[in-house]
Design a protein around this ligand. Sequence first.
Ligand code: URA
Length: 209
Amino acid sequence: MNSEEILSQVATEVSSCELCELRHSRKKAVPGEGPGNSEIMFIGEGPGFHENEQGRPFVGAAGKFLEELLIKIGLSREEVFITNVVKCRPPGNRDPKPEEVEICTNTYLDRQIQVINPKVIVTLGRFSMGLFRPNAKISNVHGQAIQVQGRLVVPMYHPAAALHQGSLRPVIEGDFVKLTGMIAEGNLRQMEQDEEPESADEPKQLSLF
Ligand code: URA
């Protein structure tokens, strides 16, 4: 199977997934979308109201802002892969539970990352950052790339956070501009390690790759 076929297989499985209780609250599961050879992958938290209606990621207000950010750095949403930590909408927009994150990422996100093999993963918000840097604080590490198994992982604020808190808007815009440099240079050594010890990350990082 080529990468598009594998992604399509994952999407089919996601759409009828019964592995956690989020199956009860979803209208449409949201596997994610984008080319199978995307150099950049964006990982949000989970589907919101509009995504749940349409079965597509980031199609509400946060998605509109994400598209604006992409356009500002010369990219369109069709060129990147966009997905979420959990593929089904948590009821009442509650936070996804650790066991839901665990099962969904182990079953679906890990496979998406493996097949797309992006150069850069941008995590949007604390849940997706937590997959790679469970001990980090987003206010300390946003916009700073770390290298994980040959690719850059760049934590960023969630676009919805910037919509709610106007002072974050220039921050996320600045982080996107930095992203251009990282991609253009293809500089995988452009790495700024967090100062805190991250040994506790290892099991999760291993399962992600
Ligand atoms: N917020 C997310 O984290 N993901 C979406 O798909 C939409 C909004």
